[in-house]
Design a protein around this ligand. Structure first.
Ligand code: PEP
Ligand code: MG
Length: 565
């Protein structure tokens, strides 16, 4: 048995499939036989055409013909006589291998497109880089596993699951996830929870401990995995799976009920979603709205930026699905651990302190304006609110408001409907935002506390680094004080204060958050009923007494000793 971090509750039993991101290493030594190399190139191109057509045919079924056709276009791009000739000429003239020639020619071509100040043509750069990577993998014999195609009862084992990998998962086939890296608030964990897949994270060297096909039990509640379990252990865990199912069934009595404390304080209990389709689950699980739509997932697991029309449809569909209930849509939050390869961003030394979220959006307002316009257009179809991530200074909020105002003028002149009073709020997830919460509260329509980042930035700890995980805790007095201050500042200005970080669903913290006066709890769809049960068992006056004591604690240990009672 190995113990890691409990990333996503539940128990899964299945067979291991190891997912490896293999590195592309190109040898640059000169070749002798250029004819043989030209043949290798042709074989590579043939395999590319075959594989791409097969992939596109599959995509016709899963994501639709439009995206599949983009992939088919890659075949023409690679087989463009100019491109093929350049690659062949380089092999002959420089006596380099097919992979060196492919790498150079396609990268130069991509670079050329990237320089053109036209969004559509810049997109070509992304296409050429994608073609390059796939061609290099074919020439070097590197095989990638297609996660969407793994068999039923698969337990995925990986160093780390990137959000774009996770986005390709078919939850029906995945019994569990085990990773070497990542903590409870890493995005793979968040997505695993959203998909109700048991996950255990941060098991050192797990990729070397297991082999493909090994049987394994993943206990995402205790954070344990059991490799090659015997029959008796499997039976024991099957009983546990049954118990968990029964527990879940008992929560049904909280469905359709308001989220109200024992002494009658009503709060909003809404959901975090990553894809438009998740809104269905939010409704099924009785969410009272959407408190966080992480729109960056719309930009992942594809080869190009979603168009205004695609985004509009996505936002509109969520607004309509929620039928007049509030829908808080967070604008693009990329960077940190969320990469979007086709944007071609530079590697950074400190991605979590770098070109992330609103910082990226304000510099790339060509991309941001498209999103804001799509959001405004969709606001005519439901109660959409806009939320700005990673705010650290008031200018960022003002800049977003100015952009929105400009776009509103455009929409007016085009006679396009939108909500003229759309609310623009701030995601409170940096110590800077906390320190100026009083100022931000005067200009923001609402706050939503992002405890995942707020904890990391307040404690100066990387969310996914197992070595310093002991410091990454919302129970730390520093973090609790930050949360309390943000809620107080928001309340003083009379704005709604919600929380969309994972802490909102933490049974130990809910009483404290109620005492601080939190108005809205945004949790994963699967946590709605559980959280409603906890809220309904709380008495706010008692919670306040507890909070008074907790806020006098000097250490996390003392805090936990009180909360555990
Ligand atoms: C947060 O930081 O708490 C949050 C909800 O945002 P994300 O986890 O997407 O960074
Ligand atoms: Mg965040």
């Amino acid at each position: 048995m190995y113990k890691g971090i409990a990333g996503s509750e539940g128990i899964g039993i299945g067979k291991v499939v190891i997912i490896e991101e293999k590195e592309i290493n190109i040898e640059t030594k000169k070749i002798e036989d250029t004819d043989a190399e030209l043949n290798r190139l042709q074989e590579g191109i043939e395999k590319f055409v075959e594989a791409t057509n097969a992939m596109a045919d599959r995509m016709d079924e899963t994501v639709g013909k439009k995206d599949a056709d983009i992939l088919r276009g890659h075949i023409q791009m690679l087989q463009d006589p100019m491109i093929e000739e350049q690659i062949s000429a380089l092999i002959v003239a420089e006596k380099v291998s097919a992979e060196v020639a492919v790498d150079q020619v396609l990268e130069q071509t991509a670079e050329m497109f990237a320089q053109i100040p036209d969004e559509l043509l810049q997109q070509r750069a992304t296409d050429f880089r994608d073609i390059k990577t796939r061609m290099l993998k074919l020439l070097l014999g590197i095989e990638d596993i297609d996660i969407s195609q793994v068999p039923k009862d698969t337990v995925l084992v990986a160093k780390d699951l990137t959000p774009s990998m996770t986005a390709g998962i078919n939850p029906d086939n995945i019994a569990g996830i085990i990773t070497e890296l990542g903590g409870r608030t890493s995005h793979s964990a968040i997505l695993a929870r959203a998909m109700e897949i048991p996950a255990v994270l941060s098991i050192e060297n797990v990729c070397s401990l297991v082999s493909n096909g090994d049987e394994v039990i993943v206990d995402g509640t205790s954070g344990e995995i059991i490799l090659k379990p015997d029959e008796a252990t499997i039976e024991e865990y099957k009983v546990k799976i049954d118990e968990l199912r029964k527990e879940k069934e008992l929560l049904v009595k909280y469905a359709g009920k308001p989220s109200v404390t024992k002494d009658g304080v009503k709060v909003e209990l809404v959901c975090n979603i990553g894809k438009p389709e998740d809104a269905k689950k939010a409704v099924e699980c009785d969410g009272e709205g959407i408190g966080l739509f992480r729109t960056e997932f719309l930009f992942m697991d594809r080869d190009s930026i979603p168009t205004e029309e695609e985004q509009f449809e996505a936002y509109k569909s969520v607004a309509e699905k929620m039928n007049g209930k509030p829908v808080i849509i967070r604008t693009l939050d990329i960077g940190g651990d969320k990469e979007i390869p086709y944007l071609g961003l530079d590697k950074e030394e400190n991605p979590f302190l770098g070109f992330r979220a609103i910082r990226f959006c304000l510099q790339r307002d060509d991309i941001y304006k498209v999103q804001l316009r799509a959001l405004l257009r969709a606001s005519a179809f439901g109660k959409i609110k806009i939320m700005v991530p990673l705010v650290t200074c008031i200018e960022e909020l003002r800049s977003v408001k100015a952009l929105v105002k400009d776009i509103m003028k455009d929409l007016d002149s085009e006679n396009i409907k939108y909500n003229k009073n759309i609310e623009i709020g701030v995601m409170m997830e940096t110590p800077a935002a906390c320190m100026i919460a009083d100022l931000l509260a005067k200009e923001a329509a609402f706050f939503s506390i992002g405890t995942n980042d707020l904890t990391g930035y307040t404690m100066a700890v990387d969310r996914g680094n197992a070595k310093v995980a002991y410091l990454y805790s919302t129970y730390q007095p520093a973090v609790l004080r930050a949360i309390k201050k943000i809620i107080e500042c928001g309340k003083k200005e009379g704005i709604m204060v919600g929380m969309c970080g994972e802490a909102a669903a933490d049974a130990k913290l809910v009483p404290l958050l109620l005492a601080f006066g939190l108005d809205e709890f945004s949790v994963s769809a699967t946590s709605v009923l559980k959280t409603r049960k906890i809220i309904s068992e709380c008495d706010v006056n008692e919670c306040r007494e507890l909070a008074d004591k907790v806020m006098q604690c000097s250490t996390q240990e003392e805090v936990l000793a009180l909360l555990d009672k």
